[in-house]
Write a new protein. Structure first.
Length: 572
């Protein structure tokens, strides 16, 4: 079991019971046992420590509230930001364990060394062509047969503004220059000069990655960054150890990128002499940020570097924010850098690509939207009078709440359908990119503080019934009535990447596409055209400003409405 109980002294010196939840609380048996511990008649204070739980089941949250109502002094210590967010949202006592910003990998980067063996050519080119201009010097060593002509210098000259040379022995090292080890020669750097030798092969290789990395470590110390890419054998593993010992940074490509040529990066990973293991886009983003002076700022994110980082996030997580409005993304990332105590954007992106907690915090920050019950009540009023009477003729009404966040919109639609007598023949599908928000939506729990505003929105929307009757009062928070929760199906779905999954009489997508650029907006309109019943309706938000775009995509306003549309184009 993941549960354990200790009798300890809390920070105030008072005896308390510490309940340790070591993993996620997923099984009904574990949730039941935790509820029993929280329901104990023992009056001692309780400290519930959640080490690896991103969420707690609804029954556990209700048990926490019941313990507080009995007068038990209880605190939840949450190590995961998503759990802390969900409990704070319900005004429950939680102590978030602050994320520890990792130490800076490189205070300054003076040299980069890229190296690999089989299947590394495209990787090297991909990293180099994304390098921003800087005074950093770049060294490259690739295992190639000595009797083959190495064309890497010619390939790179077409893809970078850096000077690219296949050096001669004792050539001076100059900034903004890329030096490529010639076939059949070891390449070293020392005292500001490039040395080429015909010494014996190292691990059957000449040029040797170990020779290059060890010399870069000696010459540049803590100002060196090396990246070991795909290949066979173990040449480069010792060199990675030398760079780390000198205080430099070591990146190793994720072996899953390399197919059969993963032996070299896997051996480096097993040896442990590295700082981060990343896929190609992550490597390209980190190396670019390392050489760019602009990445060392806390409150500014360079646009080109941001593009690379978002590509790396997509590769790392599967979530594509590349077509989100740049201003919004920049502001939110800058806030995370400052809140997390990171020294720079460079340090933040390293953490975001390697630390699961910081990755989740980033995804939550980029995907979260403001929502509320019956938000923009004038639109719900328009639906009630213009749309639902027409949809009532359908034997089954299917509604899609796209970008549902924490679920208030989807439940509001269910309540409105109920008030029109249509709930029993309706199905509401609610989707969002963020799984954390979807879990909160499924739970159907909301802070009491939302009640006054929700009641007012509901009154303006339909002026019928009492909003509070739609919710169960659990004292410290509110819970959506089961009859509404049973009619809403929550699914993970990414508007910019995933396809259609049903045919809907009504699609509601409000204040979501405002965060997308024009290309992504067009893709989403095509998705809605594919997903909408021929006689169906699309409702957009009052802040979206998409009237011209909607008409370009053959959605026409319905009955002079500002935000309600019907598709008039050829059905896809």
């Amino acid at each position: 079991m993941n549960l354990s109980v200790q009798n300890v002294l809390n920070s105030a010196g008072t005896a308390c019971r510490r309940i340790n939840l070591l993993g996620p609380c997923e099984s009904p048996l574990e949730a039941s046992e935790l509820c029993a511990l929280l329901a104990s008649p023992d009056p001692q204070p309780i400290e519930l420590v959640c080490f690896d739980a991103d969420r707690l089941p609804t029954v556990v949250i209700e048990a926490i509230a019941a313990a507080l109502d009995r007068g038990i002094h209880l605190k939840v210590r949450a190590y995961r930001p998503s759990l802390a967010f969900s409990l704070l949202r319900l005004s429950l006592p939680v102590l978030p364990v602050p994320l520890q910003a990792p130490q800076t990998l490189l205070a300054n980067c003076h040299a980069v060394a890229l190296a690999g063996s089989a299947q590394s050519l495209d990787k090297i080119i991909g990293i180099v062509e994304r390098l921003p201009d800087s005074d950093v010097v770049v060294f490259i060593a690739q295992h190639v047969s000595e009797d083959h002509v190495n064309l890497l210098d010619k390939l790179l000259k077409l893809r970078t503004n850096y000077s690219v040379v296949m050096p001669q022995n004792l050539m001076p090292v100059r900034p903004h220059t890329i030096y490529i080890a010639p076939p059949g020669h070891h390449m070293k750097v020392a005292h500001g000069l490039v040395y080429l030798t015909r010494d014996q092969k190292i691990s059957f290789a000449r040029p040797s990655i170990d020779v290059l990395f060890e010399s870069v470590a000696a010459e540049y110390g803590a100002g060196a960054l090396v990246a070991l890419l795909c290949g066979f054998g173990h040449d480069g593993v010792a060199g990675c150890a030398a760079v780390r010992a000198a205080g430099g940074g070591v990146l190793v490509e994720d072996g899953s990128d390399c197919a059969q040529a993963r032996i070299l990066p896997d051996k480096a990973y097993a040896a442990g002499h590295f700082d981060h293991q990343l896929k190609l886009r992550g490597l390209a983003s980190v190396v670019a940020a390392a050489v760019s002076p602009r990445s060392r700022s806390v409150d500014a994110v360079d646009s080109a570097l941001l593009n690379l980082f978002l590509e790396a996030v997509h590769e790392h997580t599967g979530y594509d924010f590349c077509n989100y409005q740049r201003g919004t993304v920049q502001r939110r990332i800058t806030n995370l850098i400052q809140q997390g105590g990171f020294a720079s954007f460079f340090d933040f992106q390293l953490a975001a690509l390697s630390n699961a907690q910081i990755t989740q915090r980033l995804l939550t920050e980029l995907s979260i939207n403001v929502t509320a019950f019956f938000r923009h009540p004038e639109q719900f009023c328009e639906l009630a009078h213009e749309t639902l009477p027409y949809l009532a003729s359908f034997p089954l009404i299917k509604v899609w709440s796209a970008g549902c966040a924490t679920g208030e919109e989807a439940y509001s639609l269910a309540m409105m359908l109920d008030e029109q007598g249509l709930l029993d023949k309706s199905r509401i599908f609610a989707t969002d990119i963020n799984p954390t928000l979807l879990e909160l939506a499924q739970a159907g729990l909301y802070p009491r503080e939302v009640l006054p505003k929700s009641q007012e929105n509901h009154r303006l929307a339909c002026n019928c019934g009492h909003f509070a009757e739609r919710l169960e009062d659990h004292g410290r928070f509110l819970k959506v009535a089961d009859r509404y929760r049973e009619r809403v199906l929550f699914h993970h779905h990414t508007l910019g990447q995933d396809g259609g999954f049903n045919e809907f009489q009504l699609i509601v997508c409000r204040n979501v596409m405002i965060y997308f650029d024009a290309d992504l907006q067009r893709r989403v309109f095509r998705l809605f055209a594919q997903s909408l019943h021929r006689e169906g309706f699309l409702l957009l938000g009052p802040s979206d400003g998409l009237r011209a775009m909607a008409q370009e995509c053959q959605f026409q306003p319905y009955a002079d409405s500002e935000h309600l549309y019907r598709y008039v184009g050829k059905m896809p």
